[in-house]
Design a protein around this ligand. Structure first.
Ligand SMILES: [Zn+2]
Ligand SMILES: [Zn+2]
Length: 346
């Protein structure tokens, strides 16, 4: 039996859809038939082949890491899932042996591999993943939503470390994870949710997901509006998803004294902050936040999505067949700012 797989064949832009053998399983591996996969910013880096990809990715490899599928085969020592189970995949592949892995922080393992970056990924009909990277879903989960558990979890991990009840929150960056963050803040009881972006399409989506005030950083005076709306105090929490240096600085600006920031978006350059004013005198609490905590983030993600507390279906704006990958990436690259989540379906 063969599988189709989107392969980064060589260093440089593009990718090719190829026929490959079905992977063979180790004793603790699982073979998953992919029902839906989603394209992430990471995949665009790999497809376009920028500096980020050139420093990490070693072609030839199959990329893609956000997926949902059905277990079709399990290795002899697998105990937690069985054929027929519907699963989503955790992208962190921890070593299981380092200090962090042994003390409950597998997601920041010292020797971590990332699915679809360091190992063969999910833009394919069948992929093999280690048992530790599977998350079993409710049997009636829509695979399109199942494929979004992983990026939704990024937002859960960044937002739910704070106690948001009756709080004011500013979300910088309203791409899919920013939109998820807004919906999570809303559900967690934030009473004021400011959404900041540069694109009207995204701000409209932010409103639909629960933002109470939308601010276009190109036109609106973000700092003044937030100060006014919080009685001159500033916001309790800032969730930074844009990775943009000016937005990061503005985030610290609008944070109240004693407030907390989650830094989730990845700036591609160094960012300078006035530590005295922005952090020390403010006693700001600053949290770096990467990926998902294994596995309490997944329990929270399931609790929010399986129960229908949060509906993220409207964040999906485009669906393509795997064979139409060129069009999918074209849409993301050329219209990316007006696009929500893009799915690749078998
Ligand atoms: Zn991703
Ligand atoms: Zn480790």
């Amino acid at each position: 039996m063969k599988r189709r797989a989107l392969v980064k064949e060589k260093r440089g832009p593009g990718a090719v859809l190829k026929e490959l053998d079905i992977p063979t399983l180790g004793p603790k591996d699982i073979l998953v038939q992919v029902k839906a996969a989603a394209i992430c910013g990471t995949d665009i880096h790999i497809y376009e082949w920028d500096d980020w990809a050139a420093a990490r990715v070693k072609p030839p490899m199959v990329f893609g890491h956000e997926f949902c599928g059905e277990v079709v085969q399990v290795g002899q020592n697998v105990t937690t899932v069985k054929p027929g189970d519907l699963v989503a995949g955790e992208t962190h592949i921890p070593c299981g042996e380092c200090y962090q892995c042994r003390t409950g922080d597998q997601h920041i393992c010292q020797d971590m591999a990332i699915l679809g970056v360091h190992t063969d990924g999910a833009f394919t009909d069948y992929l093999a993943i280690p048992e530790i990277c599977t998350w079993r879903l409710c049997r009636d989960t829509d695979p399109e939503i199942g494929a979004l558990y992983e990026p939704f979890g990024v937002a859960v991990h960044g937002v739910l470390r704070h106690n948001l009840a009756s709080s004011s929150v500013v979300v910088f960056g309203c791409g899919p994870i920013g939109l998820f963050a807004i919906s999570i803040a809303k559900t967690a009881g934030a009473t004021q949710i400011f959404a900041v972006d540069l694109v009207e399409f995204r701000l409209d989506m932010a409103k639909k997901m629960g933002a109470t005030v939308i601010l276009n950083a190109a036109k609106d005076d973000v700092t003044t509006v937030i100060q006014e709306c919080t009685g001159g105090v500033g916001a309790d929490y800032v969730i930074e998803l844009s990775g943009s240096p000016p937005a990061i600085k503005q985030g610290f600006n609008v944070l109240r004294n004693g407030g907390a920031v989650s830094l989730v978006g990845l700036p591609s350059e160094e960012v300078s902050l006035d530590l005295t004013k922005d952090i020390i005198y403010k006693e700001a609490k600053v949290f770096g936040s990467t990926g998902r905590h294994m596995f309490d983030t997944w329990y929270k993600t399931s609790a929010l999505l399986e129960t229908g507390m949060i509906d993220i279906s409207q964040v999906i704006t485009h669906r393509f067949k795997l064979s139409e990958y060129e069009e999918a990436f074209r849409v993301l690259v050329s219209e990316g700012r007006e696009v929500g989540k893009v799915l690749l379906l078998p």
